[in-house]
Structures are given as structure tokens and as C-alpha cells.
Design a protein around this ligand. Structure first.
Ligand SMILES: NC(=O)c1ccc[n+]([C@@H]2O[C@H](COP(=O)([O-])OP(=O)(O)OC[C@H]3O[C@@H](n4cnc5c(N)ncnc54)[C@H](O)[C@@H]3O)[C@@H](O)[C@H]2O)c1
Length: 415
């Protein structure tokens, strides 16, 4: 099989590598020439794929920025970003651009699959007409399907092969082709009846997480008032072997998916005069979490007799989750902005994020900065950091991730 992958980011690159590792020829296309150049030299830029894995592909993954290179592929998978516009509405411009370029080179018999997370109806109502500009008809001349990506950057216990893959085609034949394609790299492929059902299943998965994180974040706020340790409560509830799924409180949600996806669904719902109030409330609670964290920081400094203005605050972790370098929508960025407004002197340490360009900050050396800070805040709990040492060397520690549980020290405050 020859497989094309459009968009070689966190989703597209591991997918392209998975097909190439199974012995298929892969054409990886990205609009960013730096990524194409890096791949030509077997240099990775995504944590989940090492440079050694790229080198071992023996040329089976060819990176390009030319759409005509896709015309010889049996299947083309689209993995471009689906962010929000400034007015918090779905921004399908990347998918529209990729679809338009693809339509110009689309061939009879090709299978096109969209993997980018989006609202139900996108594949049928938005992508299909763009591809049909080619003069070919979806379901007759070419096949079209949606299959949501379930990648979780940094995760090693489930892989592309062992994570079941959902597919929904425009027709039964489209679904059959998509099942054939993904069966090459996934042990289990789940068919649903339409692309719309597949699109909504992805939103349900992510919104389920968003709602449960909001629930436990709200509980953390209440626990502060009640003077109960929220981590102890979550640990205790999680001992129930059925009917409960553990979610941990934290400084807020980040990444490309959880803060964004609920807006995709509410946009579609509004078109049908339906308001997803419950889901939006969860989004609101999670979005406000960094503000609440900053208030906790102010209180912690205050209790130590220090003003926030002028205080030296060191944040540990700038990415949105542990052990990855992705800072998109990271709560750390919001926390930094809010603390700067209050006049705090901010620095951060993150082994995965050497620089925060937009904030004009670079990761500082931990050895030097730990003893100098008035307050050290654990925002993202990277596993490479020794938290016992942090507690030993810092004057005051505020832990938003619960990683200091089990360390008893007078200088630690936990969420
Ligand atoms: N990152 C995740 O954990 C994750 C998980 C599940 C689903 N998703 C979804 O997958 C999609 C991709 O996410 P990602 O994290 O891989 O994004 P990303 O930004 O890491 O990668 C997208 C890539 O697409 C390229 N691109 C943009 N427009 C293009 C075009 N017109 N032609 C060719 N290439 C183009 C960009 O240069 C970039 O390299 C999104 O819809 C996202 O919601 C992401």
C-alpha cells in the first residue's frame, strides 16, 4: 500500500511512521518546510517518535510539501489542526486549504480519511464538496471516511496498534476501505454507520474528560474552604473498583483538544437551536482554574508575609501535561500572564520547553533558581524532576499536581 499523510504534527507523524514501520510506502506532506527538512535528515520534532525510529525506516517515509506527490497514493489521511478562531468558533481553514490542494490532485479509486477532531457533519458537509471540486464523486469515484485520532502524546502503555480505531465511511464501501487501511496498523477497528457518528464519538471522549476534570476542580475549590485534602478524597473514591473513574484536579486544562473540542460541539448544537449548557459550564470552570490558582499563590505568599508584587515566583513546568513539550493552551501561560499583571517576578523551569517566545522567557537552571525563589509552584509534574529535592531546597512550595503527597514538610501547600 502507498499511504499519504497530510499534516505531520503530533498526530500525523506517529501515524505516518506506523504505516512505514509495517512496510508500506508513505508520503508525508506538511506545509511547514522546517518539518519536511527535518524529516529528510531523520530528525524528529515530536517526543513520541525518536530520530532512531525515523532512520530505521530506510526511506519508506518520504517527506514533501508538494501535493502532486500524493497522486500515486492508495489512501490519503488528513491530520491538520482544527483550532478555534479569535471568537471561539471552529477554524476549519487548515482543513479547507488541505482539501482544496488535495482536490487538485485527487485520483479515481483513492480513499481520503479525515482524522482532525471536528464537529459532526464536517466530512460530509464541508470536506466532501471541496474534494468533489475535482469532478470526482465521493462514494462513487473515490472513497471518503472519518476516523478520529486517539493519540495521547507521551503515553506508552497504549500504542497506535493497541488502541482501537473508530471509522465511519460515507458509504459501506468507504467504511470497508477505511477498515482495510487501519487494520494494517491497528489490532481492532470499530465500524460506525456514518462519518458523523465517528466525529461525534471523538467529541464525546474529550468532553467526557473535560466535564470530569471540571467536577474535580470544583471539588478542589470546595475542599479548600472545608479544609479537607482533595487528594486524599480522590484517592479514597478511586479505591472503588466499579462505577468511578479517577480524574485529578490541577491548574486547568491545556493542549489542542480538551479546551477546544467543546466549542466545536456547541457551535454545531447552536445551528440546531440547542444549547449544551452542561458542557459549557464545565469549560467555564476549567478556564477559570488558572485564576483560582493565582489567587492561591497570592494567599500562600501572603501567609508567608510576602506581597505578590516583586515576589520571585518560579514555575515548574510550562507545557500543558507531564513529559511533553506542547504548550498549546497551557494553563502555565495564563498563570504567567496573570502573575505579571500583579507585578511578580516570574521565571520557569521546564526540561521540555527551552523557551516561551511570546512571553520572552527561557527555562532557568533549577539548581540556581530553586533556593532564590520566594515561591516555587508545581504547575506541570514532569517525571524528570526530583520533587523531594524541590521541597528540600525551596523556601515555599505550592503544588497544583499532588506530586508532593507523601512528603511531609512545613513549607509545602497543596491544591
Ligand atoms: N495532539 C493530540 O494529542 C491530538 C489527539 C487527538 C486528535 N488530535 C487532532 O488531530 C489534529 C491535528 O493535531 P496535531 O496535534 O497533530 O496538530 P499539529 O499542529 O501538531 O500538526 C498539524 C500539522 O499540519 C500542518 N499543516 C497545517 N496546514 C496544512 C496544510 N494545508 N497542508 C499540509 N500541512 C498542513 C502543520 O504544519 C502541522 O505540522 C487536530 O484536529 C487535533 O484536534 C490531536
Amino acid at each position: 500500500m502507498k499511504v499519504g499523510v497530510v499534516g505531520l504534527g503530533y498526530v500525523g507523524l506517529p501515524l505516518a511512521v506506523a504505516f512505514a514501520e509495517e512496510g508500506h510506502d508513505v508520503v508525508g506532506l506538511d506545509a511547514d518546510p522546517r518539518k519536511v527538512d527535518a524529516l529528510a535528515e531523520d530528525t524528529t520534532y515530536v517526543e513520541d517518535v525518536t530520530s532512531a525510529r525515523l532512520a530505521a525506516l530506510d526511506g519508506r517515509l518520504v517527506a514533501t510539501s508538494r501535493f502532486p506527490d500524493l497522486s500515486s497514493c492508495d489512501a490519503v489521511i488528513i491530520c491538520v489542526p482544527t483550532p478555534l478562531t479569535n471568537s471561539r468558533e471552529p477554524d476549519l481553514s487548515y482543513m479547507i486549504d488541505a482539501g482544496t490542494s488535495l482536490a487538485a490532485v485527487l485520483q479515481k479509486g483513492q480513499l481520503i480519511v479525515l482524522e482532525s477532531t471536528t464537529y459532526p457533519g464536517t466530512t460530509r458537509e464541508r470536506l466532501r464538496p471541496i474534494l468533489e471540486e475535482s469532478g470526482l464523486a465521493a462514494g462513487r469515484d473515490f472513497h471518503l471516511a472519518f476516523s478520529p485520532e486517539r493519540i495521547d502524546p507521551g503515553r506508552t502503555d497504549y500504542t497506535i496498534r493497541t488502541t482501537p480505531k473508530v471509522v465511519g465511511g460515507l458509504t459501506e464501501d468507504c467504511t470497508r476501505r477505511a477498515v482495510e487501511l487501519y487494520s494494517q496498523i491497528c489490532d481492532t477497528v470499530i465500524e460506525v454507520s456514518t462519518p458523523d457518528a465517528a466525529e461525534l464519538s471523538k467529541l464525546l471522549e474529550n468532553i467526557f474528560r473535560s466535564v470530569n476534570i471540571a467536577l474535580v476542580n470544583e471539588l478542589a475549590m470546595l475542599c479548600e474552604r472545608l479544609d479537607i485534602d482533595v487528594w486524599e478524597v480522590v484517592d479514597a473514591a478511586a479505591s472503588k473498583p466499579f462505577g468511578f473513574m479517577r480524574f485529578d484536579p490541577g491548574p486547568g486544562m491545556g493542549g489542542h483538544c480538551l479546551p477546544v473540542d467543546p466549542f466545536y460541539l456547541s457551535f454545531k448544537a447552536r445551528e440546531h437551536d440547542f444549547y449544551t449548557e452542561f458542557i459549557e459550564l464545565a469549560g467555564k470552570i476549567n478556564q477559570n482554574q488558572p485564576q483560582w490558582c493565582v489567587r492561591r499563590m497570592e494567599r500562600t505568599l501572603n501567609d508567608a508575609g510576602k506581597a505578590t508584587k516583586g515576589a520571585r515566583v518560579l514555575l515548574l513546568g510550562a507545557s500543558y501535561k507531564a513529559d511533553v513539550g506542547d504548550t498549546r493552551e497551557s494553563p502555565a501561560l495564563k498563570i504567567i500572564g496573570l502573575l505579571r499583571e500583579l507585578g511578580a517576578d516570574i521565571s520557569y523551569h521546564d526540561p521540555h520547553v527551552p523557551e516561551l517566545h511570546d512571553l520572552n522567557l527561557a527555562s532557568v537552571d533549577l539548581d540556581e533558581s530553586l533556593p532564590e525563589a520566594d515561591l516555587v509552584c508545581i504547575v506541570t509534574a514532569h517525571s524528570a524532576i526530583d520533587y523531594q529535592r524541590v521541597v528540600d531546597e525551596a523556601a515555599l512550595v505550592l503544588d497544583f499536581r499532588g506530586v508532593t503527597r507523601g512528603i511531609s514538610a512545613h513549607n509545602v501547600v497543596r491544591l
